[in-house]
Design a protein around this ligand. Structure first.
Ligand code: HEM
Length: 508
């Protein structure tokens, strides 16, 4: 036998032995104090393919076999899924000394956001950072943001030849929302949350740098955060350049002394002093801007894209949104305000229903820091493994939402359709407690701080779109299926709509 044949035979032998050992250990040894384990053939890889292709199918298929709690292997990690409202509560409200989000996410997020913030610091620091950020997420701030968002939509989006404009006002056309909405989302978020100076940089190279950061935020990097491939090097270079740019802006604002506008940079510059007297450094404030902008970017862009696709397939709701605005804002539809947004229940139901069917994050993970027992079972999960909540599962469970796979925003006006809850009032269904079946923004100490901002941003985009256009999906197409290949659940491309500009007379 030639030496290469010996090597090949050796490698094949090792693979076969490890597969056989793995299968036997699963079949022969079952620890009664551990949850049932999802069977897998290939060591280390485990259930990565079935989970990665369609996590909801994976959760449901295994729930049928094992119930709400089971463990699976994902690329060398053992994850215990805890489904349903009780599972959400178990994972999202677990004690700080039992589980940790930073241990689960930091290797992925720190190279992108930078040092000292979000998951690259102790949890008590993150809690304070979130509190500082809330200074730019108040009602007064939102009142100032709505006109800025409207201006962006009108100035840059409706007029852009790439999307909805062209020679003066193009009367009709076809647009790919998967390109248009991410761009509008980053323009409006940077304009409002970070100021005019930062927004201006998105017309230059900043957008490309953010794109490089984004591409360093993949499932591959989840497993190999520093894999030496070009996108990793680009990610690292972009992180430094973007962070340096924010630092220059911070220094410039400090030099001029003008911190009058509501935005996150000013808020952090003024208020970011921790309880123990330590002030956040400029570098940390800069890195925080990346973390927050990226936290809201794909989540909000995906939600507005799904919402517009569903509305394209549902003329009745689309028209009703227009009529709702006419009734609330008046015949001539003057510029939308933050107060108007609070008075548009159907608009808010559309966003809520979109998030019910398409929560952007399908899996929320924590790493176990000390052994934890699961209440009501004999299971104990050991330190070093992971727990996973999937808030999207109860949101499409017929036990809680009648006809759950149908987009029906009006269900939120008739909460009797949301069944089998101890308290079926709307307040209970959308409550912030972890036991609610409706948790698109998570719960507990890591709950999202961007919910109200997201409603303001998405609500302003949708309502301005409804004022300006009517639209449908291209003939013969339907709302796309979900694409789970990135960290956020997006609609499969193309996400095209066919639109017609409303005639002035129609705009009343
Ligand atoms: C539709 C839009 C959004 C959705 C559905 C969403 C969803 C979520 C979820 C599920 C979590 C919890 C993560 C976990 O427990 O592991 C979260 C956390 C967070 N989100 Fe959002 N988000 C959205 C928009 C935003 C926006 C606009 C911002 C910023 C303005 C933002 C900033 C954050 C931050 C800072 C956290 C906290 C992370 C932590 O404490 O660990 N999000 N979001």
């Amino acid at each position: 036998m030639a030496s290469w044949q010996i090597i090949v035979a050796g490698v094949v032998g090792v693979i076969v032995v490890s597969i056989v050992t793995n299968v036997l250990s699963q079949v022969l040894f079952r620890d009664p104090n551990k949850p049932p384990f999802v069977f897998y053939w290939i060591p280390w890889v485990g259930s990565a393919v079935s989970y990665g292709m369609d996590p909801y199918k994976f959760f449901e298929d295994n729930r049928k076999k094992f119930g709400d709690v089971y463990t699976f292997m994902l690329l060398g990690r053992k994850l215990t899924v805890a489904l349903g409202p009780k599972g959400n509560d178990f994972v999202l409200n677990a004690k700080l000394n039992s589980v940790s989000a930073e241990d689960a996410y930091s290797h992925l997020t720190t190279p992108v956001f930078g040092k000292g913030v979000i998951y690259d610091c102790p949890n008590y620091r993150l809690m304070e950072q979130k509190k500082f950020a809330k200074g730019a997420l108040t009602v007064r701030a939102f009142q100032s943001y709505v006109p800025l968002i409207v201006e962006e939509i009108r100035q840059f989006w409706f007029k852009s030849p790439e999307f909805f404009g062209g020679n003066s006002d193009r009367p009709s056309g076809r647009t790919d929302l998967s390109v248009a909405l991410p761009q509008l989302t980053i323009f409006t978020a940077s304009r409002t949350l970070q100021g005019k100076d930062i927004r201006a940089k998105f017309d230059e190279s900043f957008a490309d740098l953010y794109h490089d950061l984004d591409r360093g935020f993949t499932p591959v990097h989840f497993v190999f955060p520093n894999i030496p491939i070009p996108i990793t090097f680009k990610r690292n270079a972009a992180q430094k350049k973007v962070s340096d740019t924010y630092m220059e802006v911070i220094r410039e604002r400090r030099r001029t002394g003008d911190l009058s506008e509501f935005d996150l940079i000013n808020t952090f510059m003024k208020d970011a002093v921790y309880k123990d007297g330590v002030r956040m450094s400029d570098r940390e404030i800069a890195n925080m801007q990346i973390g927050i902008l990226m936290g809201g970017q794909h989540t909000s862009a995906s939600t507005s894209t799904w919402a517009m696709l569903h509305l394209g397939a549902d003329k009745e709701i689309q028209n009703a949104l227009y009529e709702e605005q006419v009734a609330v804002c008046g015949e001539n539809l003057p510029e939308l305000t933050y107060e108007n947004l609070q008075e548009l229940p159907l608009l808010n139901s559309v966003i809520r229903e979109t998030l019910r069917m398409h929560p952007p994050l399908h899996s929320l993970m924590r790493k176990i820091r000390s052994d934890i027992a699961i209440d009501g079972t004999r299971y104990v999960l050991p330190k070093g493994e992971y727990v996973l909540a999937a808030p999207g599962v109860p949101m499409i469970d017929p036990q809680y939402f009648k006809d759950p796979l149908t987009f029906r925003p009006r269900r939120w006006e008739e909460t009797r359709n949301i069944i089998n809850l101890n308290d079926s009032s709307e307040a209970a269904v959308i409550s912030k407690g972890a036991k609610s079946p409706y948790l698109p923004f998570g719960a507990g100490r890591h709950r999202c701080i961007g919910e109200q901002f997201a409603y303001v941003q998405i609500g302003t985009i949708l309502s301005n779109f409804v004022r300006e256009f009517t639209w449908t999906l291209p003939p013969g197409s339907s709302v796309p299926t979900p694409d789970y290949s990135s960290m956020v659940t997006l609609p499969n491309k193309p996400c095209a709509i066919v639109w017609t500009r409303r005639r002035i007379s129609e705009k009343k």
